[in-house]
Design a protein around this ligand. Structure first.
Ligand code: SAH
Ligand code: SF4
Ligand code: F3S
Length: 462
């Protein structure tokens, strides 16, 4: 998953001066897409309760940080941010500052005790109670809500989304996999799925509002299961039902765990033209010994076999992955096996990380014995190899024609438009008056870097 930090503006309309309105709320979101989707849920809950959403942090009297705990540097970012927010609070002592998300769950009351600037700490399963906590904070009391739930899916909450092209939909919450390095099962609790019916009706509404792409989210979407409703079904059923809502709506999904990816799912992707032929399939390591220590529950042989089956069933499928460098006891040989698996699979893209010990996980009890320089060197090898592979794969695209969903002007110049291929590659091509955001166009690729494809419009009508 994309771990980039982004802040979220919450309201298009002008908000009132904070002295005039007690409840101007501003949220910053960090971490994975699940957190971004949760921020929309939180905004839905708060809007419903009559809170105003502030455009700028300066206009807000409630500042919420939706946080991530996945690696130490994710948490350090929040600590730095809290230092900055101290200044805001000094100028406006009435400002309420709250921590949501995974750090709320991991650090709980420590956050309030150690970081005096924090007024409320609310974990991912307690967002319904957020208005209550905010009111308490205004009354001068600190509040903590960090109970995890086995059933909360926020199925009935309508997320607050600005108009756009791509919408994120959490189809399940939590994770039961307990990979030994990972905090998510502790910060997000047990795995539970939303109902298929409610997801499909949300997709219908999004399609009517003009969205052109939805991404179904879960830590392990392959274990999605709706046993409750009449429609019922597993993740393949959910994907098929989602794809049928609107054939011009692209369906993406993330993340798949290699243990649970079924042939039925692969066939479903192949059968529906609007389900993108792109699978994010984290491998983590190329060494079976390390995979076992990580409790990943598959071997490299199983993984490679899965890749081969997927390529047979969906000939144009592409893959991305997550890789961790320097897990405890990882040797140079283990590391070379990771490079080897990258060469065998040839991923289109990868998210690559240095191992970061997380208190409370099983791996935390193992000695973090790979020195930081070795981790950095290995990570660098991995990144270099991936860049080379991405570059080569993109060179092979030259001369091919791709269907692009147009997203807007390119980052570097308004004379160019940018969009994505089915396999999620950013593609840049010259602007054309008749082409609008949300259109599908055919582009012939004539140049490529490791990150971007460039091309010209093909004049066929789509
Ligand atoms: N549910 C997804 C990913 C969740 S976290 C999955 O199963 O793959 C995203 C990625 O962060 C993980 O795939 C892993 O590569 C990385 N990650 C998780 N914990 C980490 C840690 N302690 N140190 C370094 N990377 C970690
Ligand atoms: Fe973490 Fe593993 Fe669950 Fe992914 S599958 S969220 S890595 S425990
Ligand atoms: Fe996501 Fe970070 Fe939590 S990756 S699930 S926000 S720990």
């Amino acid at each position: 998953m994309n771990m980039s930090k982004m802040s979220k503006n919450m309201n298009k309309s002008k908000t009132m001066n904070k002295n005039m309105n007690k409840n101007n709320i501003y949220i910053e979101t960090y971490g994975c897409q699940m957190n971004f989707a949760d921020t929309e849920l939180v905004m839905g809950i708060l809007k419903h309760q009559g809170y105003e959403l502030a455009q700028d942090i300066e206009d807000a009297n409630v500042i919420l940080l939706n946080t991530c705990s996945i690696r130490d540097n994710a948490e350090q970012k929040i600590y730095n941010r809290l230092e900055h927010l101290k200044g805001i609070k000094r100028n406006n002592p009435g400002t309420v500052i709250g921590i949501l998300g995974c750090m709320a769950e991991r650090l709980r009351k420590n956050l309030i005790e150690e970081k005096k600037v924090v007024d409320l700490v609310v974990g991912p399963d307690e967002y319904r109670r957020l208005p209550e906590f905010i009111d308490t904070a205004f009354a001068g009391e600190k509040g903590i809500g960090v109970k995890l739930s086995r059933t909360e899916t926020y199925d009935d909450i309508i997320p607050y989304r600005e108009d756009g092209l791509n919408a994120w939909i959490s189809v399940m919450r939590g994770c039961d996999k307990f990979c030994t390095f990972c905090v998510v099962p502790f910060t997000r609790g047990r795995e539970r799925s939303r109902s298929l019916d409610s997801i499909v009706s949300e997709i219908k509404q999004l399609s009517e509002r003009g969205f052109r792409e939805v991404t179904l989210l879960g830590q392990n979407v392959n274990s999605y299961s709706d046993n409750g409703s009449a429609a019922g079904g597993d993740f393949a059923d959910l994907l098929a039902a989602s794809a049928l809502v609107d054939r011009s709506l692209r369906i993406r999904f993330t993340t798949s765990h290699p243990q649970d990816l079924s042939d039925k799912l692969l066939h479903t992707i192949a059968e529906h033209p609007n389900i993108c032929n792109y699978i994010h399939l984290p491998v983590q390591s190329g060494s079976n010994r390390i995979l076992e220590l990580m409790n990943r529950t598959y071997t490299i042989e199983h993984y490679l076999d899965l890749i081969e089956r997927a390529r047979k069933i969906i000939p144009s499928v592409s893959f991305s992955t997550d890789i961790i460098a320097g897990f405890p006891t990882e040797t140079i040989e283990d590391h070379l096996m990771t490079l080897d698996v990258m060469q065998k699979v040839r991923y289109d893209g990868a998210y690559m990380f240095k191992y970061s010990p997380r208190e409370g996980t099983k791996a935390f009890a193992m000695d973090d014995d790979v020195p930081d320089e070795a981790k950095a060197k290995r990570l660098n090898d991995i990144i270099e190899l991936q860049q080379k592979i991405s570059f080569e794969i993109n060179q092979q695209q030259i001369g091919t024609e791709e269907i692009i969903l147009v997203e807007g002007p390119s980052k570097k110049s308004d004379d160019f438009l940018s969009g994505r291929t089915d396999s999620n590659k950013v593609t840049v091509f010259p602007r054309h008056e008749e082409i609008k955001v949300g259109d599908y166009v055919k582009v012939k690729i004539n140049r490529a870097t490791s990150a971007t494809l460039f091309g010209g419009l093909v004049n066929d009508k789509l």
